[in-house]
Design a binder for this molecule. Sequence first.
Ligand code: BDR
Ligand code: CA
Length: 345
Amino acid sequence: QIPLWLDCDPGHDDACAILLAAYHPSLDLIGISTVHGNASLANITVNALSVLEAIGKPKLPVIPGSARPFCRLAHTASATHGASGLAGTSLLPEPSRSALTHCNAILEMRDALRAQPKDTAWLVATGPLTNIALLFALDPDLAHHIAGLSIMGGAIGGDFTDVIMGRPPELDSRTGATQKRIGNRTPWAEFNIWADPESARAVLQNPLLQPKTTLITLDVTHQAYANPDVQNTLLHGAHGPTRLRTMFNELLMFFAERYADVYDLTQGPPLHDPIAVAVLLGTQMDEAMRIGFNDRGGERWNVDVVLEGEQLGRTVATKAESGKGVTIPRSLDLAQFWRSLESCM
Ligand code: BDR
Ligand code: CA
C-alpha cells in the first residue's frame, strides 16, 4: 500500500478524493489536513469530518491548517460548491467528533510523512497550496524523503490540449484577440492556484520538489465529466443504491447543476480532485489496479504563476530542461478511473 497524506478543502470533488484515498486497496490514507478554499476553514473542516463519518472512517486524523492565503484575503468557491462548501444532500452526517485543533497541521503532516520509509509516502493537495508552501518552507529536505507530491491545480490550454472549457472564447482586452477560456475562476486561472498564487509559485518553482511533483490541471480534469452514465454507474454499482451511493449522487447532481449554471457545462461536472489521488495508482505493478496517465513520454514543464494583473493565478508552462520542471499528464485511463472510484463506493 502507498501511504498518503491528503491536504484538501472539501468540496464535492474533494469528497470523492477522500473516498478514493480511504478505500482504494493500494492506498493507505494516513491523515487529512484542511485548508481555506471552497468555503471557510471552519466549514471545510466540518465537511472533512462529515465525509469521513459518512464513509465509515471516523477515526482518521483531521487537522485544520491555514485559514487564509499568505498575502491575500481568503475567497471561497460558493458558486460551484454552495455556501457550506458541500451543499446538495441531507444525508451527510453531523460529525461525532471535533478536528484535532490542538495540533499544528504543518507539523503533523511533516511528522506523519517523515515516519514513513524514504521514497514511499505521497502528499496529495486538492485545495489552495498554502499548507504545502508552509510545509516545505519549514522542512525543505522533506522533498528528498517523500515519494511524490500530486497537486490538483492550474490550467495550461493553448497547444497543450484540445480540451476547452465549456464557454465560448472570450475577448482578450489587452491584445483584442479572442482567447479560449482556460481557467475556471477567471478566463485565465484555475481556482486552487488563483486562491493563493504566492504559495502556488513557491511550491511549483521549488527545485527540490519539482522532480517529485505531478500537476493535474483542468486540461486533464475536463476529460473526467461525471456524465449521466457515470452517475448511474456510481449510484447503482452491482447491487443497487445504498445510502452512501445516494449521498454521493445527490452531491454530484448539485455539482452538475452548478457547472451547468456557472459554466454552461451540461455534460456533467468534472471530478478534478480524485484524479490527483489517482496519480499514485499510475505506478501500480498490478495492471488491474493501474490507472494509466499520458504524459507523452515524460515531458516536463517549468510552471510559473502570474502574481498580478488580469492574468493573476495563471499557470504558464514552458518545456523544462532535462531533470527540471514538473510532470503534467495530458490524459488518463478514464474507464479505469471510474471503475476504481465505483469500487470504493
Ligand atoms: C478545484 O477548485 C475547487 O473548487 C475544486 O474542489 C478543485 O479542487 C478545481 O478548480
Ligand atoms: Ca478541492
